[in-house]
Design a binder for this molecule. Structure first.
Ligand code: GLN
Length: 236
């Protein structure tokens, strides 16, 4: 590893990483390597303190009990909070949105305090939201539709300091009936989309990388990825 190696934090893959969400970190690494930029994934497990020095962070989804372990760990070691405070990009999927909020309620009705990186709260809804999601991005800098697969019972309400990532055109999204999907607050982005979301939405991957590096990146021409996106959008 050289000093210029881009370091991608894969946060708590041992407890958070359902539906292949760990793939998001691999996508970031691969898109850098394809541009001849050195990159490596740094795994941070429940046995490790959370470093605040990495270039970009990803967190995946989890079911309730695993989600609790993650919440406790991130509260005890506030490296992620410190990294976000200096503007490092963070991608939080599904349960990770909930953990990064002020609090969430489990499906058993227990309220758990989160780490308040997002001005959001989450409570279980009457029905679970499962299926394909398609959205129009609301975040400046993104122009392409976002697609993914959602599976969650929690419904997330955004406070005034949080903005939606996108507007739902197909599927449920945040789950409180406001047609919004995901959260953006400073350099931290959350979405309910699995897929992994960065495999399905290369523009979002490059958005995170450009912020991590503080520079613009030349687009990658990957016709097979573009074709897969077209097919998915045709089906929804
Ligand atoms: N347990 C959370 C919910 O159902 C998150 C689920 C997930 O990450 N797949 O809302």
């Amino acid at each position: 590893m050289s000093e210029s190696t881009v370091r991608i934090g894969l946060v708590l893959p041992d407890v958070m990483g359902t539906y292949g969400d760990n793939g998001n970190a691999l996508i970031l690494r691969q898109r850098l390597r394809m541009r001849d930029i050195d990159a490596e994934v740094v795994q941070i497990t429940l046995s490790d303190p959370v470093p605040d020095s990495l270039d970009v962070y990803t967190l995946g989804g989890a079911e309730d009990s695993a989600q609790r372990l993650a919440t406790r760990h991130l509260t005890r070691y506030p490296g992620l909070q410190n990294a976000a405070a200096r503007g490092a990009p963070v991608l939080a999927i599904c349960a990770a949105i909930q953990v990064l909020g002020h609090w969430y309620e489990t499906s058993a009705g227990e309220r758990v305090d989160g780490i308040s990186l997002f001005d959001v709260t989450t409570a279980p809804q009457a029905t679970r939201s499962i299926g394909e999601v398609v959205t129009e991005p609301a975040l400046e800098g993104l122009t392409q539709k976002l697609t993914g697969f959602e599976n969650h019972r929690g419904g997330t309400t955004l406070g005034l300091d949080a903005s939606p990532l996108a507007k739902v055109t197909h599927g449920v999204g945040n789950g409180v009936g406001d047609g919004r999907e995901g959260v953006v607050q400073g350099s931290v982005i959350g979405t309910y989309m699995h897929g992994p979301v960065l495999a399905r939405n290369p523009e979002l991957a490059d958005y995170l990388l450009e912020r991590a590096l503080g520079t613009t990146l030349a687009p990658l021409e990957l016709p097979e990825v573009a074709e897969l996106r077209k097919e998915r959008l045709r089906r929804t």
